[in-house]
Design a protein. Structure first.
Length: 573
């Protein structure tokens, strides 16, 4: 029997073969189980990565109220999750009629400048209207996609566009692009919707936060502006302040303030931005162009898409958007403020219009007051000037002297680059510097011989008397220090206070040079003949740094060169 068994399976090979087969099956099963485990692990790792990215997005968008950063986080995390590098966010405009590109990555400038997409048009517009995601598997061959030629030039093939939602309403769209044909999975669409839900709420919150911050800043500016322009100011200063506040608060490329100076015309009186179209001094007829319409009707105009208008508003070139409001005081239109082109390429909002209208209300009152103040100032200066002229009729030697000093002093200030207020003060100081002589007796005015000590005392008092006359009226009191110090000399040899150098107001130092020059060139009772032009200029140069400020003498001599000598002789004598 043992021999028979050895014949059937002499070495137990069959048994071993079976065992080997069973082992091979077990090994295969183990390998399959391991492979499934690996897949499952990979899937779990991928899900964990995506959940982590979503968590990061949730954390970043809820911790940052800055709109720019919120958009940037959304773009980065979307690209990371979907494994692509092209993504964009478009936000609905205030009127909810169109989508503006607000953030993107991986897209060229030409693609981004396609302009706004209207609601209901193209893929993004349809997503807004329907509130549901859309897939375009091939952007270069899809009837709904509006820009196949751009897609071809950018090398884009597939896109997925999902609505950004906040409080149940669409506020924009998030679009992700692939540069090769992409097979979309339900999981990818679900993930994009999750990103869009998170980002939509965060973008809406950041938008509200930015609007509130802007409103707060604009209110602060309005408050400061009202405070600044409520003090007595010249018209030019009021216009400058208003122009600066508008440019800063509305971030616009162009600002123009036009005033109604005649019944049918506006004149551009303040402007900033490119030097074209509405230049300073340009006349605009009422009823023509945006500013003309606003002046005629008194109603604000806001146009955010100038290119779509049948009748383009004339005035500025390269207009994208324009906002214009009336300057109204006591029911009367005094002028118009027109601004154009937001620097950020966004259009103007209703909030911008409200801000500009509020600002225009305060500005109009100030412009009205500045006009009255300026008229009052002119009237007062006219009265005091007529006193100076009356004085000159008593002293024929000084006829026309005040007018000449006024012109010379203000032109010298201009040549020195001094501010408008100083130039205006010098114009008035020149006219009024000798008004204190009003108390002089005719004996002093026309005396040929030397003055007595008592008469000299009276002469030395005329700057004091003059500054008291001028300083008595608030409206021109700024001129009083110049009148008081016009006989001071920088070496301290002058009168009435023997001031030296920089202690003498710069305006008084300018009047001193102009006054001395004209006195040397005019006839005087106490000398035989006036000095010649050459002698006078040489005298001024000699006295520079001793009696007069050398910088002022230099500017004064430059001013004199602007007037031909013979004309000066003819006009001044
Ligand atoms: Fe004087």
């Amino acid at each position: 029997m043992p021999q028979a068994e050895e014949v059937e399976d002499p070495a137990g090979y069959n048994t071993l073969a079976k065992v080997h087969e069973q082992l091979a099956d077990a090994h295969r099963d183990l390998r399959e189980a391991y492979s499934q485990l690996e897949c499952s692990n990979f899937s779990l790792a991928e899900k964990a990565r995506r959940l982590k990215a979503l968590f990061e997005l949730a954390k970043s968008v809820t911790s940052d109220l800055e709109l720019g950063k919120t958009l940037e986080h959304t773009i980065n995390i979307t690209c990371h999750l979907l494994g692509t590098d092209c993504c964009s966010i478009r936000i609905l405009n205030e009127q909810r009629t169109g989508l503006l590109m607000r953030a993107s990555t991986g897209l060229s400038r030409a693609y981004l400048q396609k302009g706004s997409v209207k609601v209901g048009e193209s893929v993004a517009g349809i997503v807004v209207r329907e509130g549901k995601p859309r897939i375009v598997r091939d952007m270069q061959y899809n009837s709904n996609y509006r820009y196949p030629e751009y897609a071809a030039s950018e090398g884009l093939r597939s896109l997925l566009c999902v609505p950004l939602l906040a409080k149940g309403s669409v506020i924009g769209v998030l679009t992700v692009y692939w540069k090769q044909l992409h097979e979309f999975s339900d999981e990818e669409v679900a993930m994009m919707e999750a990103v869009a839900d998170l980002s939509g709420v965060a973008i809406a919150a950041a938008n509200t936060h930015e609007s509130l911050e802007r409103a707060h800043k604009q209110l602060s500016s309005l408050y400061s502006l009202t405070r600044d322009i409520c003090s007595p100011l010249t018209l030019d200063r009021v216009l400058d302040i208003v122009k600066e506040v508008i440019a800063a608060e509305l971030s616009v490329e162009r600002v123009a303030i036009l005033l109604r100076e005649r019944a049918s015309e506006l004149v551009v009186r303040a402007v900033s931005g490119p030097e074209d179209g509405l230049k300073l001094g340009r006349v605009v007829r009422i009823g023509e162009g945006v500013s003309g319409w606003v002046a005629r009707d008194g109603r604000s105009v806001l146009i955010n898409d100038v290119s779509s208008m049948e009748q383009r508003p004339h005035g500025w070139r390269r207009l994208r958007s324009v906002l214009s409001v009336a300057l109204k005081a006591r029911g009367e239109v005094l002028g118009v403020i027109t601004v154009a082109n937001r620097l950020s390429r966004e259009g103007f909002t209703e909030a911008d219009k409200d801000f500009l209208e509020a600002l225009a209300g305060g500005a109009a009152m100030s412009i009205h007051a500045a006009g009255l103040y300026s008229q009052l100032q002119r009237n007062y200066v006219d009265i005091v000037t007529s006193l100076a002229v009356a004085l000159e009729t008593r002293d024929h030697y000084t006829k026309g002297h005040s007018e000449r000093v006024s012109w010379l002093a203000s032109e010298t200030a201009l040549a020195m680059g001094l501010d408008d207020d100083t130039v205006r003060f010098l114009e008035q100081a020149g006219r009024l510097h000798d008004i204190g002589k009003i108390g002089w007796t005719d004996i002093i005015l026309g005396k040929n011989g030397p003055l007595t000590e008592a008469e000299w005392d009276q002469v030395r008092q005329h700057p004091v008397v003059g500054s008291q006359i001028v300083g008595a009226a608030d409206i021109i009191s700024g001129v009083a220090p110049l009148v008081l110090a016009h006989h001071e000399r920088i070496d301290g040899s002058g009168y009435p206070n023997k001031l030296k150098g920089d202690d003498i107001p710069v305006g008084a130092r300018i009047v001193a040079v102009a006054d001395s020059y004209d006195a040397m060139r005019s006839e005087r009772p106490y000398r035989a003949a006036p000095k010649t032009e050459r002698e006078t200029r040489a005298e001024l140069i000699r006295s520079a740094d001793v009696l007069f400020d050398p910088v002022i003498v230099e500017a004064f001599l430059r001013t004199l060169r602007k007037v031909p000598a013979e004309q000066w002789e003819r006009e001044s004598r």
